[in-house]
Design a protein around this ligand. Sequence first.
Ligand SMILES: Nc1nc2c(ncn2[C@@H]2O[C@H](COP(=O)(O)OP(=O)(O)OP(=O)(O)O)[C@@H](O)[C@H]2O)c(=O)[nH]1
Ligand SMILES: [Mg+2]
Length: 321
Amino acid sequence: MAKESARSTDIAPESGAFRSGFACFVGRPNVGKSTLTNALVGQKVAITSSRPQTTRHTIRGIVNRDNAQLILVDTPGLHRPRTLLGQRLNDTVMQTLSEVDVIGFCVPANEKTGPGDRFIAEKLGMIKRTPVVALVTKTDLVSKDDLADRLIGVDAFGREVLGGDGFHSIVPVSASSGHQVGVVADVLSELLPTGPMLYPEGELTDEPEATLVAELVREAALEGVRDELPHSIAVVVDEMVTREDRPADRPLTDVRVNIFVERSSQKAIIIGKGGSRLKEIGATSRKSIEALLGVKVFLDLHVKIAKDWQRDAKQLGRLGF
Ligand SMILES: Nc1nc2c(ncn2[C@@H]2O[C@H](COP(=O)(O)OP(=O)(O)OP(=O)(O)O)[C@@H](O)[C@H]2O)c(=O)[nH]1
Ligand SMILES: [Mg+2]
């Protein structure tokens, strides 16, 4: 008997063993994947906006818990592709999905499950061995009663599309208010394999600085633009160099960035009347770039035309897709 209980306490440390691995967020565009990634990491590693298809690269954010290291892979929203860019984004997501330890399928609390969700869930159903946790996002936007209905609906949807018991679990969360963000981290961490830390403790992302800088400029450029224009904007950092001949206590980094659009009419919109919009984009993004790099920045923005780049394989390659 004594031995039995000794053994059952043996199991406790085992289940409390350190876990590490990858979790991937998927969902329709604009459901809050990147905002949730940032909330979990505790710092902005992924840009967000109210425009769909804000995320274009998979971004890794690192969450350190007492007994786990969770590496979050934020992906572009999945949808039926209309351009070569859309197709590439979907391919990246599918590739990522097949490599992670757990999948967080994000659906917003304030919208009903639709064909877009089904399109994704059917793909998830094909990846049989990876547990799928449904994350019902933006719970701050609905009443308690509506949330309860929504959770029941998501459960039924999971059983129907994935078969069996459906989703491994369903977690309501609000990245804006922070409600249940810790629970999401716990639920995902428990599904990771046991293993050591994969990244040093202080690291929050493995994105190169230049990528983050380009993304911050794109985020500022997305502000206030509509229709097709958000999709047409691509940003590439041309160079980042430390200015010479500066006093040691006041370093300055020169950052030269190209903003690409697809047509001259779009270029005019980005630049704005007398350069006013471009100035705003510069001022907004410079602040966040300085916060990221921890130095003063001289930001030099250029707007260029890469004709129909979203549909052009060669240009997509050049722009990093
Ligand atoms: N009220 C509320 N709004 C949220 C919440 N999470 C995200 N949002 C908003 O939803 C919009 C989309 O958020 P993102 O995080 O960029 O969405 P995404 O799923 O990463 O979008 P894509 O990268 O385009 O696929 C933004 O305007 C966010 O501010 C939340 O918990 N509550
Ligand atoms: Mg995103």
